[in-house]
Design a protein around this ligand. Structure first.
Ligand code: FPP
Length: 255
């Protein structure tokens, strides 16, 4: 074989390996959920108050949401405030609620223009009334948008969600034989949405923290040491790349 012919064969074999590897990749995740952890540590490292970390974490949303959209993600679920976060000092809780209000005031129009549909996951009770009204307005205002669904888990707990679903099923008089996994899913806050494919947790904590405990049953987890305010487009791309190399078996065997 001449040198050129042998080179051609080699190139053809390399490109067929690359395309086989590409074929073996999972499609990009349709639904990404994020535990945005590490705001406090980000602030501490800069000698700033914890709220400055939460503010930086809020400002980070714009670039991450845009990047999700660019990757073809259709649903993003953010863990903004858990049913357990009420145990934090009043000053931090109030500051976080204020930040959420400001976020809606400042970003709603831009999110709407970008076709984002906002939904709330969690219990509205206990959320300050002014914020409740803003959340309800944001949901109503964006309800017909279809580019990206943004679920904001606020006063959210996975166990509370399951309890709320069970209560509603009982209140509506469902019979025991009506209660299947599919029925349960319909009664959760995420009703009608597919389960998350990928759950990202920043700041290196290996915990589920009561987040999407039903819906995350078969999700792929990605944990990074990066603190939430520093989690940028490149970090998101890394998480998606990791996810795409995984093999999802849903309890079955390798295909
Ligand atoms: C965890 O970091 C973060 C939170 C409890 C709040 C996350 C909320 C936001 C980023 C606000 C914006 C959200 C929306 C949807 C507008 P931590 O305080 O536990 O950090 P630490 O573990 O370093 O102390």
């Amino acid at each position: 074989m001449t040198l050129t012919a042998s080179l051609k064969t080699r190139i053809a074999s390399l490109s067929s390996t690359a395309s086989a590897e590409k074929d073996a990749l999972l499609p990009p995740p349709q639904h990404i959920a994020i535990i945005m952890d590490g705001n406090g540590r980000w602030a501490k490292a800069r000698n700033l108050p914890r709220l400055a970390g939460h503010r930086a974490g809020t400002e980070n949303l714009r670039r991450v949401l845009r990047a999700c959209k660019n990757h073809g993600v259709k649903i993003v679920t953010l863990y903004a405030f858990s049913t357990e976060n009420w145990r934090r000092p009043a000053e931090e809780v109030e500051g976080l609620m204020k930040l959420l209000e400001t976020y809606i005031d400042r970003e709603l129009e831009a999110l709407h223009r970008e076709g984002v549909q906002i939904r709330h996951l969690g219990r509205l009770e206990r959320i300050p009334p002014a914020l409740q009204r803003k959340i309800q307005h944001a949901i109503e205002y964006t309800r017909n948008n279809t580019e990206l669904i943004l679920n904001v888990a606020l006063n959210y707990g996975g166990r509370a969600e399951i309890v709320d679903a069970a209560r509603r099923m009982l209140a509506e008089g469902l019979r025991p034989e009506d209660v299947t996994e599919a029925t349960f899913s319909r009664y959760l806050y995420t009703t009608g949405l597919p389960d998350p494919d990928l759950i990202i947790r920043t700041s290196g904590e290996y915990r589920v923290s009561n987040f999407l405990i039903w819906q995350g049953a078969y999700a792929e987890y990605y944990i990074t040491e990066v603190l939430w305010p520093d989690f940028d487009e490149k970090e998101l791309a890394k998480a998606i790349e990791h996810y795409r190399r995984r093999e999802r078996r849903f309890g079955g065997l390798k295909a």
